[in-house]
Design a protein around this ligand. Sequence first.
Ligand SMILES: *[C@@H]1O[C@H](CO)[C@@H](O)[C@H](O)[C@H]1NC(C)=O
Ligand SMILES: *[C@@H]1O[C@H](CO)[C@@H](O)[C@H](O)[C@H]1NC(C)=O
Length: 339
Amino acid sequence: MFTKCLAYAASFTAFITAVAAQKPLMPSSPSWSPEFVNSFLDVTPEEQLPDLEDFYDHYVRSTGSKYKSNGTAWFNMLANRLNPRNPVEQLVLQLRKFVDPDEIFLGIDWFVQARQDSSPKEYHIDTDTTLLNKHDLRICPDTSSIYYITGGAGPTVIFNQTFNEFGLTPRIPQQVAIAWPTSNKLVAFQGDLYHGVLRHPKPKGKIPLRKTLIINWWKERRPLEAQDLDPTYFREVEYRQPIDPSTKSAEDIKKISYDSPFDSYLDDWLHQSIPLRGERLPTSGLQILTFAESGMQLDPHQVIPSWALWVKQSSGEEEEQQKTPKRKKKKAKKMAEEF
Ligand SMILES: *[C@@H]1O[C@H](CO)[C@@H](O)[C@H](O)[C@H]1NC(C)=O
Ligand SMILES: *[C@@H]1O[C@H](CO)[C@@H](O)[C@H](O)[C@H]1NC(C)=O
């Protein structure tokens, strides 16, 4: 796993020439918390869930790992405000008001992640991967969101860290959000934040397959990566009214303070584990962990893409990497494609 994290870190070399995207702001509405992440329960009518899960399972089975080479699926919401073409698009139309009460999105691109607890999604920033690979330019969605099809698996982790031309900023996060999967729950956050998935800290028996839909919201542009949906994924669905978000408040946030800084738990973070095996955390809901200020001294103008890469550099592996720039580049490209 350690190697996997490090390989991931290498992908951040693309940051060096990347232009930092404008930091998007979360929309504000009374039902939203003022934090960098929000979550909502029971966001779509329950009677729709069986169809949605059937479609999801079919999509996962038929695309398998191929979906990556086919990019993500584009849905133009402006043009299809009342015309969903399958249960996922139906869901998206119902979620838009939760994500932004003003609904000023051009569209979304979506893809699926169905994973075992033993291979949690690596830390990353959502990006138009094709644009990154072709033009070395990193553009993030306005808002990122995750919809949980199933519950009971490891949580999503969102670091309150965005990026600039030198790498993640701030260098070491002080606030970290932990969102636990529950069926029919939506988690939304600023589209330029570093995030990923953690292992379940207290596995009781077998952890269920973690099934999520990743929905990225774009206000002005369609990402190059987003493809038109193959018509074999069109279904007959009737537009159904969304649940009114003003009748639902954002999920309560439990705040937990740590006396030590984030970097005193680097081994845990690199292993995609919650510090102290999550012993202080309930395994449901939404939590924000606040860490003490870090004493790490880093030159703000030195390129250090992420704390994961910093660990690697300080353990002397950088030299070896410099000897094999080709391999490094290939690895970086491979990892970038995984976003
Ligand atoms: C997240 O980080 C930003 C920038 O460092 C900071 O202004 C903001 O207060 C942080 N959010 C929370 C909820 O602490
Ligand atoms: C992937 O793209 C190819 C060609 O563009 C298409 O034939 C195929 O059906 C697509 N596969 C999926 C699963 O969308």
